[in-house]
Design a protein around this ligand. Structure first.
Ligand code: NDP
Ligand code: 2IT
Length: 450
């Protein structure tokens, strides 16, 4: 893949980024997509180059990499690598999830941290961008091993975070169980009960509706797109990939809004249930038993399980919601979706669509929502959890959900009007990048050369 930009200044920055950060392909991909949007506004925003805003944004404020040693159930020492990339604090304390997956490397954490800057900006709340995690694989580990890892991870991470400095949260492989073990260790070391993590269980400072927030928020955003198109979720067929936190609650909200969700997947394969996914069963398999999605067809015998996760996009649908991982929806899948008449693709995951698939979808007239706008409901509700922790109060589910809905509607209006203002109506990729960037740029310039 070549990353060439027409604008000489931006092209030089792009090439410098590649040289300075070897083998970080996902980071280049995220930066390039962002730069293509920046290119469209350089004439009206020369400060982005003159004040070195873009050059500064591309360099994380702080990058921490550390050893995570822990003892497994056989008494053997295991060694993983931990990361926390504190990318940008121009508009507030660093905020972003922790990913636990064997594929985790510096380039993946960098792309996630980079996109988090603009996502958090779009929420309208005061949060900077960060991301972290480890190449630890929670799959197949005992509870005791997960705890041992999480405690060791926090024994280093604790010195870099704080309620007004950096507040991590969940992401792939990090749910309420992992957050609980990390929180317990932080408290043990510091003797402080502060809201240094979000996604906590309700019994020690978690927020109602945080579990649901990313998936629900995604559907609130899609609902705005549908409204603009003069339609609604009612009667639509929805294909969803993944069967984790984001996928399950996207399926729940889409169903509540009148759609029929027919697929879910994991990294091994996908299920297709023509009559609509039975979400109680999915929650039991995934949240309680921690088993694979193929178990679904043992109970719902009319549903079909197929090996290979990309096959999920061969199922005809009106709306496709990729909610698993980066680059899971490629050009072949995009072509199949378009041939089958898809109208909307909205990203629940971070960067699930490959660049060529993205171009193809947009050129085919499909309405496309980029993750940094459409999945921002998770981090927004994390901020609501922080607000409740500071107040020593907890709000009702309805209060949090109503705030989440309002935030997603505001994000849509902002992204939509920004796209229109720059002459690219309905290009939500450009709208999101530019609206997210301009707030961060303003804050950086106001705070001087830091
Ligand atoms: P979970 O760990 O709960 O679920 C992840 C799901 O994606 C699982 O079904 C998993 O299957 C699947 N998956 C993971 N890696 C791959 C892969 N390489 N190929 C195919 N499937 C894969 O994570 P979340 O639901 O929390 O996160 C999903 C996505 O949403 C990620 O991109 C994340 O960054 C993003 N996101 C999450 C937010 C949150 O609040 N949790 C907020 C905003 C974005 P398997 O079990 O086989 O690995
Ligand atoms: O990608 C994301 O926005 C998240 N994983 C959620 C981050 C958060 O701080 O809630």
């Amino acid at each position: 893949m070549t990353y060439t930009l027409k604008n000489a200044d931006l092209n030089e920055l792009m090439q410098k980024t590649i040289e300075k950060n070897p083998s970080q392909n996902e980071f280049y991909q995220a930066v390039y997509e962002f730069m293509l949007s920046v290119e469209a506004i350089l004439d009206i925003h020369p400060e982005l180059i003159d004040k070195k805003v873009i050059e500064r944004i591309l360099e994380p404020e702080r990058q921490v990499m550390f050893r995570v040693a822990w003892v497994d159930d056989k008494g053997e020492i295991q060694v993983n690598r931990g990361y926390r990339i504190q990318f940008n604090s121009a508009i507030g304390p660093y905020k972003g999830g922790l990913r636990l997956h064997p594929s985790v490397n510096l380039g993946i954490i960098k792309f996630l941290g980079f996109e988090q800057i603009f996502k958090n900006s779009l929420t309208g709340l005061a949060m900077g961008g960060a991301k972290g995690g480890s190449d630890f694989d929670p799959k197949g580990k005992s509870d005791n091993e997960v705890m041992a890892f999480c405690q060791s991870f926090m024994r280093e991470l604790y010195r870099h975070i704080g309620p007004d400095c950096d507040v991590p949260a969940g992401d792939i492989g990090t749910g309420a169980r992992e957050i609980g073990y990390m929180y317990g260790q932080y408290k043990k070391i510091t003797n402080e009960c502060t809201g240094i993590l979000t996604g906590k269980k309700l019994s020690f400072g978690g927020s109602l509706a945080r579990t649901e927030a990313t998936g629900y928020g995604l559907c609130y955003f899609v609902n705005c797109m549908l409204k603009k198109m003069g339609t609604s979720f009612e009667g639509k067929t929805v294909a969803i990939s993944g069967s984790g936190n984001v996928a399950i609650y996207a399926a729940e909200k889409a169903t509540q809004l009148g759609a029929k969700v027919v697929t879910l997947s994991d990294s091994n394969g996908y299920i297709y249930d023509e009559k609509g996914i039975n979400l109680d069963l999915v929650k039991k398999i995934k949240e309680v038993e921690r088993k694979r999605i193929k178990e679904y067809v043992a109970v719902e015998t009319s549903a079909k399980y197929t090996e290979g996760c990309s096959g999920v996009w061969t199922i005809p649908c009106d709306i496709a919601l990729p909610c698993a991982t980066q680059n899971e929806l490629n050009i072949d899948s995009a072509k199949t979706l378009v041939a089958n008449g898809v109208k909307i693709v909205a990203e629940g995951a971070n960067m699930p669509t490959t660049p060529d698939a993205l171009d193809f979808l947009m050129n085919s007239g499909v309405k496309f929502a980029p993750g940094k706008a459409s999945n921002a409901g998770g981090v927004a509700t994390s901020c609501l959890e922080m607000a409740q922790n500071s107040q020593r109060l907890s709000w009702t589910f309805e209060e949090v959900d109503a705030k989440l809905k309002g935030i997603m509607e505001n994000i849509f209006m902002n992204v939509d009007s920004t796209a229109t203002q720059i002459g690219h109506e309905d290009n939500y990729v450009m709208g999101a990048n530019i609206a997210g960037l301009l707030k961060v740029s303003d804050a950086m310039i106001a705070q001087g050369c830091i």
